[in-house]
Ligand binder design. Structure first.
Ligand SMILES: NC(=O)c1ccc[n+]([C@@H]2O[C@H](COP(=O)([O-])OP(=O)(O)OC[C@H]3O[C@@H](n4cnc5c(N)ncnc54)[C@H](OP(=O)(O)O)[C@@H]3O)[C@@H](O)[C@H]2O)c1
Length: 253
């Protein structure tokens, strides 16, 4: 049974859901982030920067398991290499990593850095578990809000998502963190596949708004990859229980 866990990025969208689950399971939890967190939540908060290589040794010291959730728009590969080196040196017994569906296929810079982060974990020499998840509802809501603020909403043909609720991802990650190293586990996606226009339409409906939709085509190899569904796992994924409609009703209803 894991008793001492370091969660990198435990103050983020996903981290805020996973942390209480691990505390409830009886783990001693330390959270690493750049800005720190509220110590009243029963967690030891430490500050450090994985990308700048600051504060990592102190953060991993004594952790049996490291759950790596910290991430950002840039540099997740380098940040994860810095973390993986320190985890290996500290002798932790399990490194659990969240990645994204399509990390191994999508020809886009951010996905490539996610693949680099995966390679840092698998090459670390530390026994590992990795879960690739679809886009979280929260992230999709941010995108859809911006699109719906435009006078006419671009609707890229063939662009589909399987948005998953961060709470469903958190439950699965808590289970994996408490278990033994399992390698690459089944992907976790939301319960339904939506076109971009469907996601925006449901948002507009809940907000009582109307907007014109303008079909657009994503050019080049990125467009081809999206149209081929390289960002999706249509077969063999575990599916979260909460739909986009459930999420919007709860968040905005
Ligand atoms: N969002 C999605 O749709 C999605 C889908 C699949 C996988 N993922 C992966 O899931 C993970 C968590 O996503 P999220 O949406 O919860 O992210 P988030 O809300 O942006 O939270 C990121 C967390 O990482 C910390 N952090 C960022 N850069 C750091 C650094 N250089 N050093 C130390 N801590 C750092 C942040 O705290 P500070 O800012 O205080 O440092 C925060 O606690 C990410 O790795 C992401 O790639 C996300």
């Amino acid at each position: 049974m894991t008793s001492s866990v370091l969660i990198t990025g435990g103050t983020g969208t996903l981290g805020r859901h996973v942390t209480p689950l691990l505390l409830d399971a009886g783990c001693k939890v330390r959270v690493l982030s750049r800005r720190g967190g509220d110590p009243s939540d029963g967690v030891e908060h430490v500050t450090g920067d994985l990308l700048a290589g600051e504060g990592i040794e102190a953060a991993v010291d004594g952790a049996e398991t490291v759950l790596h959730l910290a991430g950002g728009p840039k540099g997740d590969d380098a940040a994860t290499r810095n973390l993986a080196r320190a985890v290996s040196r500290a002798g932790a017994r399990h490194l659990v990593h969240i990645s994204v569906i399509g990390a191994d296929r999508m020809p886009l810079g951010w996905f490539r850095t996610q693949l680099g982060a995966e390679e840092a974990v698998t090459g670390s020499g530390v026994p590992w578990t990795m879960l690739r998840a679809a886009q979280f509802h929260d992230l999709v809501l941010g995108v859809v809000r911006k699109m719906a603020a435009l006078p006419a909403v671009p609707a890229p043909g063939g662009l589909r998502f399987q948005p998953v609720d961060a709470r469903d991802v958190a439950s699965r990650l808590a289970e994996l963190t408490l278990g033994e190293p399992a390698g690459l586990v089944d992907d976790l996606a939301g319960p339904a596949v939506y076109g971009m226009a469907d996601l925006v339409r449901e948002y507009l409906r809940v907000r009582g708004k109307r907007r014109a939709m303008v079909p657009v085509r994503i050019p080049g190899k990125v467009g081809r990859a999206y149209r081929a569904g390289d960002n999706l796992t249509l077969e063999g994924a575990d599916l979260g229980g909460r739909t986009w409609e459930d999420f919007l009703a709860e968040r905005l209803g």
